[in-house]
Each structure stands twice: as structure tokens, then as C-alpha cells.
Design a protein around this ligand. Structure first.
Ligand SMILES: CC(C)(COP(=O)(O)OP(=O)(O)OC[C@H]1O[C@@H](n2cnc3c(N)ncnc32)[C@H](O)[C@@H]1OP(=O)(O)O)[C@@H](O)C(=O)NCCC(=O)NCCS
Length: 162
């Protein structure tokens, strides 16, 4: 799926105060248990790539992937609520997987709340399959009970668009 011209996905290299503010705004909009600014800042290390999806200068979403040797992990992905359901999550995830492959990864792992239907649909759509379940992995928060995590895996196949 190619990205319409009005959007761009860009590696965010430096956690300047402005960038952290924009990333935190996405976290607050998208997630029921958002990361703190310190947690976001901790993602900026040499093994980790932070990819932002922009419309002009507005950050609409971001994803964080870590690559160690030939294995990647998707730490987080989120699109601001007002922009969900328009294919942007899929475009961002495809870009993140392509970034993993460029860094040498041949598979990618993630975990996701069992009740998170939009995320599960996105991951399945992009080729992830369930490999396990972690009981009560997510703590209770913001009125949501503790919850199981589904673990998933994606494998690079020659000929993938990534
Ligand atoms: C998960 C998330 C990133 C998906 O982004 P999005 O831009 O809304 O998703 P897209 O519009 O690209 O849709 C991707 C696929 O998932 C499906 N999907 C999206 N929302 C869905 C929903 N509410 N119910 C069922 N399927 C859904 C779409 O049908 C689409 O499949 P298709 O290409 O076959 O039509 C977004 O919903 C989000 O930010 N959620 C909050 C944060 C979150 O839960 N992150 C993941 C856990 S870390």
C-alpha cells in the first residue's frame, strides 16, 4: 500500500523537546495506557527506530521498532484518534517493517491486548500470526481490568513490498 502524497513517514532521529511533545500528544490521543515522556525518550538508542507519520508538519502517529541482529520487535504503534480507520496505521506499520528489513531483520515480534480488535486486525492484515498468549500481562489501568497479551510474529518473505 503506497502512501498518498499528502502524508510522509520519516525517521525521527533526535528527541528534541518539541519532538517529545508531539510524540506524547499522539500517545495521549491513541493509547489507554500512554507512555510517559521519559519512556518515549528512552526509545532513542542506536538499536531502535522511531518513525513518525506526518501530514505537512503535524505528527499524526508514530511507531517504534527495535532490531537486534535478524530479529525485530514492534514496541508501539499509534495513530491519533481522529485519524484512525483511514489506512494510516497500515502504511505506518508497513514502513516500520521495511525499516526493520533494511536493518537486517527477517522477523518481527509484538504483543497486543487480547481486546484490541483494531490492532489485531491491523497486525493480521500486515501478515502477523499469533504465536502465544501471556496471561494477565497488562496491568489494570484507567478502568480497564488486567488483560492477557497475544504474542505475534511476522516473517519477511522475498518479494514482500517491504
Ligand atoms: C491500531 C491502530 C494503530 C490502527 O491504525 P488505523 O490507522 O486505525 O488502521 P488502518 O485504518 O490502517 O486499518 C488497518 C487494518 O485494520 C482494520 N481495522 C482498523 N480499525 C479497525 C476496527 N476498529 N475494527 C476492525 N478492523 C479494523 C482495517 O479494516 C484495516 O484492514 P484493511 O486494510 O483490510 O481494511 C490504531 O487503531 C491505533 O492507534 N489504536 C490505538 C493504539 C493501539 O492500540 N496501538 C496498538 C497497540 S501498541
Amino acid at each position: 500500500m503506497s502512501l498518498p502524497d499528502k502524508y510522509r513517514v520519516q525517521v525521527i532521529a533526535e528527541p528534541s523537546p518539541e519532538v517529545l511533545k508531539d510524540l506524547f500528544a499522539v500517545e495521549l490521543s491513541a493509547h489507554i495506557d500512554p507512555w510517559s515522556i521519559d519512556q518515549i525518550e528512552a526509545c532513542f538508542d542506536p538499536c531502535t527506530e522511531v518513525l513518525g507519520l506526518y501530514q505537512k508538519h503535524e505528527l499524526l502517529g508514530f511507531a517504534v521498532v527495535r532490531v537486534i541482529l535478524d530479529e525485530a520487535e514492534l514496541f508501539t504503534i499509534g495513530i491519533k484518534t481522529a485519524f484512525q480507520g483511514q489506512g494510516l496505521g497500515r502504511m505506518l506499520l508497513e514502513s516500520a517493517l521495511a525499516a526493520c528489513v533494511r536493518r537486517g531483520a527477517r522477523c518481527c515480534f509484538l504483543e497486543v491486548r487480547e481486546s484490541n480488535a483494531p490492532a489485531l486486525a491491523l497486525y493480521r492484515r500486515c501478515g502477523f500470526t499469533q504465536i502465544g498468549l501471556r496471561a494477565r500481562y497488562y496491568r489494570a489501568c484507567a478502568g480497564h481490568p488486567a488483560e492477557n497479551a497475544i504474542t505475534m510474529r511476522w516473517d519477511y518473505a522475498c518479494g514482500d513490498n517491504t
